[in-house]
Ligand binder design. Sequence first.
Ligand code: HEC
Length: 192
Amino acid sequence: MKRKTIVGIALGALLGVAGALGAEAALTFNNTVTGEVLDLSQGLPEGRDTPAVKQFLESGRNPYNENASCLSAGSEIFLSACSGCHGHVAEGKIGPGLNDDYWTYPKNTTDKGLFETIFGGAQGQMGPQYGSLSLNDMLLVMAWVRHLYTGPANGAEWLSEEQRRTFTPYSPARVETARAPANAGECRPVPN
Ligand code: HEC
């Protein structure tokens, strides 16, 4: 095969992939530090097209937030992938606290911003997570990080008006309810 043909085929394949993903990703996602556009196709193949991921890529809102049936899965991911640096309840350790209303990168008050930081990383030890967590796992862990929030309701941009009215800051007692998968049912996204 001639070199030109091979290049042509490779280019065609690349455009095909970009096109397929482009249809899903209505929004553009950017690296938190450099602003560079994130290439979501670098994400792990599994957990890429769950209903929740599709919904999130369209709306930029995490359908797992405050979804009781999804929180225990999120807490497990947090404990294995994040708490070593951010603390058991996201109170801060090597990495900053994620449970108050101070953010180094203010965009982390939105689901889209938080996802961008997790997917693409930030500075120093905050490496990109796309090689170890699926897109779906990122949404699950994001929901858990939000659940751990102890700050004021008006700093919680990720909550709906309704959720803000009934907001109660995280307390360990509430974890027990959130972690009771027996009566929580299957983890599914809620419409947003
Ligand atoms: C090896 C340690 C380490 C691990 C593991 C780690 N982080 Fe971080 N994280 C950091 C450090 C250090 C920073 C500060 C980076 C900066 O300021 O640019 C940070 C910053 C962040 C920020 C930005 C906070 C702000 O104030 O704007 C978020 C959000 C975050 N991490 C979430 C997570 C989540 C979720 C996980 C698990 C999937 C995780 N991190 C895993 C060390 C880590």
